[in-house]
Design a protein around this ligand. Structure first.
Ligand code: S3P
Length: 185
């Protein structure tokens, strides 16, 4: 079946939001936005929503209130987004799914997509800005490797997995679409 027919099928049958998970720098926002526009459904970014609700940036939240406070806010934001009865694509921050209560919501209420990339890809992409508090304390390659070991078993519970550094951008988006289509069958 061609991609356009798969998109139509998904639009007719999608009764849940699609949540994008994966480590920092894999391209969750970029791919999530492309998926939402292909499906003509809204896009939300949980990090942006947390910043808007707090009226400050993520580094400021970490610095002033600490990570547990950030995780609470992240949980509330994701719960609110998932409560919306309209299906949307929600890109989450890399650690969101490691909060058990947030993971419960995502596994139960959404279709989850794990976006995965090689360590070198994540290192390169995250080096472009310094807005990630967890990467500030040391060598980003070591930190991302440790986070991979810690988080991959949880990410692997997602309904769908795509690799963001294999193939062209369009191929990756089409791969997500065909896996969502198959998931909904
Ligand atoms: C985090 C990832 C970040 C952001 C925060 C913590 C993490 O989002 O939520 O800095 O724990 O992996 P991105 O994955 O969009 O960079």
């Amino acid at each position: 079946m061609d991609t356009q027919s798969q998109i139509e099928y998904i639009r007719d049958h999608l009764d849940r939001s699609i949540v994008v998970i994966g480590l920092m720098g894999v391209g969750k926002t970029r791919l999530g936005k492309a998926l939402s526009s292909a499906l003509s459904i809204p896009f939300q970014d949980s990090d942006d929503e947390i910043e808007a609700a707090a009226g400050m940036s993520i580094p400021e939240i970490f610095e002033k209130f600490g990570e547990p406070y950030f995780r609470d806010g992240e949980h509330r934001v994701i719960r609110r987004l998932l409560d919306d009865e309209n299906a949307q694509v929600i890109a989450t921050g890399g650690g969101a799914i490691m909060t058990a209560a947030t993971a419960d919501l995502v596994w139960e209420q959404a279709i989850s997509i794990w976006i995965k990339a090689e360590l070198s890809t994540m290192v390169k992409r995250t080096s472009k800005n310094d807005n990630r508090p967890l990467l500030k304390g040391g060598n980003s390659e070591d930190i991302l490797k440790n986070l991979s070991d810690l988080r991959y078993p949880t990410y692997a519970k997602a309904n769908i997995m795509v690799e963001s550094d294999k193939g062209s951008f369009d191929e990756i988006v089409n791969n997500m679409i065909s896996q969502i289509y198959e998931y909904l069958q």
